[in-house]
Write a protein that binds this ligand. Sequence first.
Ligand SMILES: [Cu+2]
Length: 346
Amino acid sequence: MHSYIKGFCINPASLYAKFISCFVFLILLSAGNFSFAALPEDHAPIGVMGDHTHKAGEIMLSYRYMYMKMDGNRDGTNNLSREEVLEDFPVTPVDMDVQMHMFGAMYAPTDYITLMFMVPYIKKSMDHVTRSGARFETNSEGFGDIKSTGLFRVFYKKDHQIHLNLGMSFPTGSIDERDDTPAADNVILPYPMQLGSGTFDLILGTTYLGKSGIFSWGGQVLGTIRLGENDRDYSLGNKIEVITWGALRLNDWVSLSSRLDWTGLQNIDGADPALNPDMVPTADPDLRSIKRLDALFGINFINQAGPKLVKGHRLAVEVGFPLYQKLRGPQLETDLIVTAGWQYAF
Ligand SMILES: [Cu+2]
C-alpha cells in the first residue's frame, strides 16, 4: 500500500498536479478507512438480539455465551422457603443453572433487509429436595429452537432508525428430555428442563435506534406467539419483551451501556400427560407465568487497530439482575443473567 501511494504521488510531471492528485488520493484513502468506521456503541448491549441492521452485502458472524442462575422459590413477589413449598408438593426445585451457546449469522441482501439466523445449544441443570430430605439433580443438554428473523428497515434518517423484526422459531429443540429421579429412571423432565417449545413460534417486534455524539440509545418490543400445540399436547405461554437501553462511548473502541428489560410470559396451555402436576411445581402448567423487570449493565469493545482480519472484531459483556419479579408460583426466581459475546462483520 505504501509503495502504491508513493508511486501515485510521485509519478505526475508537474508539482501542482502531483500535489492535487496526492491530496485527492489521501482523502479517498482516509474516507475508506475512517468515515465508515464502526463504533462500539453502534451495537446494542450484547444481550439484545436483532438490534441492528447491516449494509447491503455485509455478513456478520456471532457467538454468545449466556448464563442464567435461578436460586430459591417465590410465589407472586414473596419468597418461599423449601419447607413452605414441600407443604404442598413432595418435591421442590432448589436452584437451576441455564447455559446457552448461541451461534448467529446475519446477512443483508439490501440496505433495507437484514436476515438473521440463530442456533442455540443449551445446557440445563436443576437441583431438588424431597420431603424426606433427599437431594437429586436432573440435567438436559442439546440444541434449542433455531430462529430465523428478517429485520426490515422502515425508517432511516441520519441518527434515527426503526426496523421491524419478523421471524419464525422452529421446533428443533427437544421436548422429550429425560433423566433419572428418585421416583423412577429415565422419566420425562418437567417443562422448564425441556430445550424447545415444540411449536412453530412467530416472532413479531419492532426496534428503534438513536444516536447523538457519544450517546446512543434504543428500544425494542418483541413478542413470541406460539402457533398451535406441540406433540406432547401443550404450548408454552406467549412471551413479550420490552427493552430500552442507553450507551456512552468512552473512546473509539469502548462503550458502556445500561438496559432495562421487561419480560412477560404466560402460563402453559394444555399439559404433557406424562407429567404429574401434584409431584413438583415445575410439572404444573399453571405455575409458569412470569412478570420480571431486569436491570443490566454492559461494556462493548471493538478493535479499531491492526490488519484487516484483526480489525473490526467486537467483544461485549452484559451482567444483569431482576429489580422486580412476580411469578405464578411456587416457581424458581431468577437471580443473575450474564451474556458475553463476539461479533464480526465483513
Ligand atoms: Cu449484525
